[in-house]
Design a protein. Structure first.
Length: 134
């Protein structure tokens, strides 16, 4: 290896990698849950930018290959963060949010200039299921 690592735009053919990586971590993914703005370092990691109709975007579903050396993963993640933040800015977003419960991820975000606030609840609702009052 010559030390170079390339970030490229993710396409549908990359889902197989993402699905396998998710399985390594005990996560299941559906192809249609990922946004159109997405980047990958082949064989190592991928990251996704969820757009909104405001000036805020969400960076979520950072997925890594568990079998790759931690130092290589870390390098890939830093590159992905740089690329995805540039893309967010180029798309006109002024704020990027992300969530994590992993201290090393929060520390990495700080290294990229993010402020980190304690998150009390992550609320989600499966919209395919009927809403029922309890």
């Amino acid at each position: 290896e010559d030390g170079r690592m390339n970030v490229r735009k993710y396409d549908e053919s990359d889902f197989e990698q993402i699905e396998a990586w998710g399985a390594q971590w005990g996560a299941e993914y559906n192809e249609d849950q990922f946004p159109n703005t997405r980047f990958i370092v082949d064989g190592v990691a991928a990251y996704f930018l969820y757009s909104t109709d405001s000036t805020v975007c969400w960076l979520e579903n950072l997925v890594t290959n568990r079998k790759v050396d931690q130092a290589i993963k870390s390098r890939a993640i830093h590159l992905l963060i740089d690329v995805i933040l540039k893309e967010a800015k180029d798309l006109g977003f002024t704020v990027a949010y992300a969530t994590t419960d992993i201290p090393s991820v929060a520390n990495r975000a700080r290294e990229h200039g993010a402020s980190v606030q304690p998150l009390q609840f992550l609320i989600s609702k499966d919209l395919t299921k009927s809403a029922q009052l309890q």
